[in-house]
Design a binder for this molecule. Structure first.
Ligand code: SAM
Length: 276
C-alpha cells in the first residue's frame, strides 16, 4: 500500500490528535483552577476559624464608635500613621490620647521610653499641645536598639538586631516643632539619673519590649508618678514579649499603691491610686 493511499487516515489521526491535545490543556487548566479554589477555601476556613476563636474580641464590633472619626484625635493619629513613624495603630494611640486628656492637674512632666522613629512621641506631644498641657516631655531611646534582654522571656529580641536603623538626629528633627520635648539619647539606665529630680510625672509610655528595661523603668518612674497618673506599658498582652507582663505584674504585686488594667489593645495601664 502506497503512502498516498494512507494520507486520509494520517490527516484524521492528526486532527484527532490536535483535539485531544486541546482537551488535555483545558483539563490541566481546570485542575489548576480547582486547586487554587481549594487553597482559597482552605485560607477562608482558616480565617473563619481564627475569627471564631477571637469572637470575644470582635463581638458586636460593628456597633462600636469608630474612634477614627473622633476629632481631633482621628486626624492626629492618621498623621503619624501616614508618616510611617510608629508601630502603634489607632487603637493604641487612642489609649495614649485618653491618658493625656486625663492628666492630673498636679502632673508637670511626661516621658516615653522606647521612641524608635518618633511617631508615638510626636503624637503625645501634639496631644499635650492641643490640651494646653505643654510640659517637659522626656523622650528616651538608645536609638541603637536593645542593650540588654532576658533571653528566656524576651522572645526574638536581641541587642544589635531590632531597631538599629534609626538616627537620633533625624528623630530630634521630626520632633523639633515641640520645644518642650527633651530627647534623651542612650540607655535609659544611664539617662534617667539626669532627670531624677523630676517627681511629678502624669504619664509615662513604656515601649521597650523587654524585661530588664521595663523593670528598671517601673522602679524608676513608679515613685515619681503623681496620684491619678498612669504608666502605659505597651505589649503587656503580647505573647512574644512575655518579659513586659512579668515586669509589670511583679511591680504591681510589690507596690499596693498601683493597679493594672490589661486592655485588649495589648497595653497595660498601670495607675497610681490616690487621685481625688
Ligand atoms: C518597639 S520600639 C518603640 C516603638 C515606638 N514607640 C513607636 O511608636 O513605634 C522599642 C524601642 O526601645 C528602645 N530601647 C530598648 N532598650 C532600651 C534602653 N535600655 N534604653 C532606651 N531605649 C531602649 C529601642 O532602641 C527601640 O527603639
Amino acid at each position: 500500500m502506497s503512502v498516498l493511499s494512507k494520507l486520509p487516515w494520517i490527516r484524521r489521526y492528526a486532527i484527532e490528535n490536535e483535539r485531544l491535545r486541546t482537551k488535555l490543556t483545558e483539563s490541566r487548566q481546570q485542575v489548576r483552577e480547582l486547586r487554587e479554589r481549594e487553597e482559597r477555601m482552605a485560607q477562608d476556613a482558616e480565617l473563619l476559624r481564627q475569627a471564631r476563636e477571637y469572637d470575644y474580641y470582635w463581638r458586636e464590633a460593628f456597633k462600636r464608635i469608630d474612634i477614627r472619626q473622633l476629632m481631633p484625635f482621628g486626624e492626629v493619629a492618621d498623621r503619624v500613621i501616614r508618616d510611617r513613624r510608629t508601630y502603634l495603630n489607632v487603637d493604641r494611640l487612642y489609649t495614649l490620647w485618653q491618658a493625656v486628656e486625663s492628666l492630673p492637674p498636679e502632673a508637670h512632666a511626661v516621658a516615653e521610653v522606647g521612641v524608635y522613629r518618633g511617631g508615638s512621641a510626636w503624637f503625645v506631644a501634639d496631644a499635650l499641645r492641643r490640651r494646653g498641657r505643654e510640659m517637659p516631655f522626656y523622650v528616651c531611646d538608645t536609638f541603637q536598639g536593645h542593650v540588654e534582654v532576658d533571653e528566656e522571656l524576651d522572645g526574638l529580641h536581641r541587642p544589635g538586631v531590632q531597631f538599629t536603623r534609626v538616627k537620633a538626629e533625624k528623630v530630634a528633627k521630626y520632633l523639633r516643632g515641640f520645644p518642650f520635648v527633651r530627647v534623651e539619647v542612650g540607655d535609659i539606665r544611664e539617662t534617667a539619673p539626669t532627670f531624677a529630680a523630676e517627681n511629678a510625672f502624669g504619664l509615662v509610655h513604656l515601649d521597650v519590649d523587654v524585661y530588664p528595661i521595663t523593670r528598671f523603668c517601673l522602679e524608676f518612674f513608679g515613685p515619681r508618678i503623681v496620684p491619678g497618673g498612669v504608666i502605659v506599658a505597651d505589649d503587656y498582652g503580647t505573647t512574644t514579649c512575655e518579659g513586659v507582663k512579668k515586669a509589670v505584674d511583679e511591680f504591681v504585686a510589690a507596690n499596693p499603691g498601683f493597679r493594672v488594667f490589661h486592655l485588649l489593645t495589648g497595653q497595660a495601664v498601670v495607675t497610681r491610686l490616690g487621685g481625688s
